[in-house]
Design a protein around this ligand. Structure first.
Ligand SMILES: Cc1cc2nc3c(=O)[nH]c(=O)nc-3n(C[C@H](O)[C@H](O)[C@H](O)COP(=O)(O)OP(=O)(O)OC[C@H]3O[C@@H](n4cnc5c(N)ncnc54)[C@H](O)[C@@H]3O)c2cc1C
Length: 532
């Protein structure tokens, strides 16, 4: 082996970098190996769509990072990170010229809701009040290793103050039904259901309501911030902190094998044949299907893992379009406050139908889109008076038909991608007539381009596996796991494929690093002859 470290981290996505920072804080020697030419994984940005415009290649808004005790604990502002916020967190325009709006000031959100349906403002403020009492404990419980004893008990202790079982019931109510009971107008329902659409949970399934409320309440408490200068500034600040403490990062260094000896991970080998020894741990910021049976051959895995991985379920694929826009988005009716994030669907029912088509393996006829006005949120992203804009939507991993009229085949070659991007663009045109004439440049990333830029995005799956209940908690990535341990001593799964899943909060990376430290302490208490 060429060099030995206490830990080798495979992958410099946010989770790999969080694990690296935690291990270096524990005085371990740490090497990070990254396949791509730069760090960041799905948190990167570049001036590669149009000169003078910085576009985020994948993810863009980071409420989960801002709410994450792990990421906050690194004081990334001292390493160059500056957060920026749009005038309004989230907007949802409909063809009748109305906007559903989530403003960071909850009183403004409530006033706008009341203008559309008197009484909804008070109901929204009541929801915010409940969240104030229990939300912090819930977020901490969601982000801690399973079972979340301390924070789970903390949340339970607060349950009575928010209405007890009635509150639990509303969290378990699917997003499509949730707003119906609470609100008379359409805006709160659109906001909650649209926010639920950030995960791949069908809007009629349990878990979607919790996701919708979680994202809406994060919007109301921490906002949807973005790093000034581009998404990549977040992961670069994690990398800068790590290297300032003596950590090493090798980019363009793809790991092809985790070396295993007697059911213990001992190091890694890269595609160009270099070997690096790991004295204490290997942390894999790698999608589960690429780790189990890929970087670790089946023969080295416990039989139960090999068997369980056969039913591992990816989340759907993704098509993302980036535009450089001259003069801003020509909204048919101007929003009361300019939003950073916006959602495109004409009703909760249309959103439900589009997501249902994806579940039924059809390419959606009227895709439900998540979108972002990045220059509105962070004016450094493009010249004054222009907009760096994006939208993405989900498509089936393997499509059986096109629910629309375009005969898109689901091959996701250039032809499919461009024609589907036309369909997405037409959706924006419906609420912003003349949008097409403002376009200076357009780039379409389909499932294949996503995976080639980040191997974890298998078939354009953005969350490291479905976020539906049957693959969460103790079922993530396969039944019985739910933690970072892999069944191979010294190897830890620290990517979004591990509990608690996708999103930039760093929890899988932190859980993996903590597990590695805890096991090492126990192992190093043993006499050398008994250590394995
Ligand atoms: C289009 C899109 C939009 C999103 N929007 C948001 C959003 O707005 N907000 C949010 O919170 N989340 C969002 N997400 C999700 C979020 O980006 C991911 O959940 C998060 O990046 C997962 O982090 P990770 O470290 O587990 O994996 P990744 O970020 O995917 O990083 C994995 C890294 O490991 C490297 N790697 C993989 N295999 C190897 C190997 N064999 N050898 C060496 N290196 C390897 C990859 O190159 C990559 O750099 C989005 C994701 C996508 C794709």
């Amino acid at each position: 082996m060429s060099r030995a470290y206490d830990a080798v981290i495979v992958g410099a996505g946010p989770n790999g970098l969080v694990a690296a920072n935690h291990l270096i804080d524990a005085d371990w020697s740490v090497l990070v190996l990254e396949a791509q030419a730069e760090v960041g994984g799905a948190v990167r940005s570049a001036e590669d769509v149009h000169p003078g415009f910085v576009h985020d290649t994948f993810s863009a808004f980071y409420p989960l990072a801002e709410a994450s005790p792990t990421i906050r604990s690194f004081d990334l502002e001292e390493h160059g990170l500056v957060w920026q916020h749009a005038p309004a967190v989230l907007g949802h325009p409909t063809k009748d010229g109305q906007w559903a709006m989530l403003h960071r000031d909850r009183d403004v959100t409530a006033r706008l809701m009341d203008e559309q349906h008197p009484g909804d403002g008070a109901a929204w403020l009541e929801l915010c009040g409940q969240w104030d009492r229990i939300g912090d404990q819930m977020v901490k419980a969601l982000l801690s290793p399973f079972p979340p004893l301390k924070n789970g008990l903390g949340a339970l202790a607060r349950l009575r103050s928010v209405g007890g079982l009635e509150f639990v019931r509303s969290m378990l109510t699917p997003a499509a039904e949730l707003g119906l009971a609470k609100f008379g107008g359409t805006s709160p329902r659109l906001l909650i259901a649209g926010n639920a659409g950030h995960a791949d949970i069908p809007l009629h399934a349990p878990g979607s309501g919790l996701m919708g409320i979680l994202m809406s309440m994060l919007g109301q408490t921490v906002g949807f911030p973005v790093p000034q200068g581009g998404a990549g500034e977040l992961t670069k600040s994690l990398a800068r902190r790590f290297t300032s403490l003596g950590g090493e990062i090798h980019c363009s260094s793809e790991v092809s094998r985790i070396l295993v000896d007697g059911r213990r991970a001992t190091g890694v080998r890269t595609t160009d044949g270099e070997k690096f020894a790991a004295r204490r741990a290997v942390v894999a910021d790698v999608a589960a299907p690429n780790l189990y049976g890929g970087l670790v051959p089946e023969a080295d895995l416990p039989v139960r893992t090999v068997r369980a991985m056969k039913s591992f379920e990816l989340d759907p694929g993704t098509v993302k379009v980036d535009w450089a826009i001259d003069g801003g988005v020509p909204w048919a009716s101007a929003p009361p406050h300019a939003p950073g994030t916006f959602h495109i669907a004409d009703s909760v029912e249309e959103m439900t139908e589009a997501l249902g088509q994806v579940s039924a393996r059809a390419i959606p006829a009227s895709p439900f889109m998540l979108a972002g006005q990045m220059s509105t949120t962070d004016p450094t992203r493009s010249p004054p008076g222009t907009e760096a804009l994006w939208a993405y939507t989900h498509v089936p991993q393997s499509a059986v038909r096109d629910a629309g009229e375009g005969g898109i085949r689901g091959e996701w070659d250039r032809d499919d991608c461009e024609r589907f991007a036309d369909r997405m663009q037409a959706r924006i045109e419906e609420v912003a007539p003349g949008f097409g004439s403002k376009i200076l440049a357009r780039r379409v990333l389909g499932p294949r381009e996503m995976e080639s830029r980040d191997a974890n995005l298998i078939g354009g799956a953005i969350n490291g596996g479905t976020a539906q209940l049957h693959q969460e908690l103790i079922f993530r990535p396969v039944p019985g796991m739910g933690r970072a341990e892999t069944g191979i001593r010294g190897l830890y799964l620290g990517s979004a494929s591990a509990h608690p899943g996708g999103g930039v909060h760093g929890a899988p990376g932190m859980n993996a690093a903590r597990a590695a430290i805890a096991h090492t302490r126990v192992r190093e208490l043993l006499p050398a002859t008994l250590r394995r």
